[in-house]
Design a protein around this ligand. Structure first.
Ligand code: FE2
Length: 137
């Protein structure tokens, strides 16, 4: 929805995001389109449902306290067809998992993929992973 917009516009939209956004999205331009999309959903499409706006805003970075819908959308985004770090075995492991187990699988695969390429993992993404992992004991 917002990914193809100029970066400056994405940043402006992200700063108007109707739900709180982790500061790290402003340090990595590829993360801006989440909160920018949430702004567009609210401003141009009249979406007021906080769970939907949160899911759109946080689908790029995640946050430890995000709700159930946001977790499902985050995981779905990271497991969608075409993602280079996702193979059939991972998709098969994810089949039928509850949201927290699903997002843990998606987080592990995403973080591993980013790390092996020397790419930055947003602190909120790592915090989300660590929090979920701790909750599992
Ligand atoms: Fe996206």
């Amino acid at each position: 929805m917002a990914r193809g917009l100029p970066e400056e516009l994405q940043e402006r939209l992200a700063r108007d995001c109707p739900v709180p956004v982790p500061v790290s999205v402003f340090a990595n331009p590829v993360l801006l389109h989440g909160p920018a999309a949430a702004t567009l959903l609210a401003r141009d499409y009249g979406v007021r449902d906080r769970d939907i706006l949160e899911a759109a805003a946080l689908h790029t970075v995640g946050r430890a306290d995000m709700g159930r819908l946001a977790k499902i959308v985050w995981a779905a985004d990271k497991l969608e067809p075409g993602r280079r770090h996702v193979d059939d075995a991972l998709r098969e492991r994810c089949r039928g998992l509850d949201p927290d187990s699903l997002i843990l699988e998606a987080l592990e695969a995403t973080i591993a993929w980013l790390e092996t390429r020397g790419r930055e993992v947003a602190p909120e993404t790592r915090d989300l992973y660590n929090t979920l992992r701790k909750e599992r004991g």
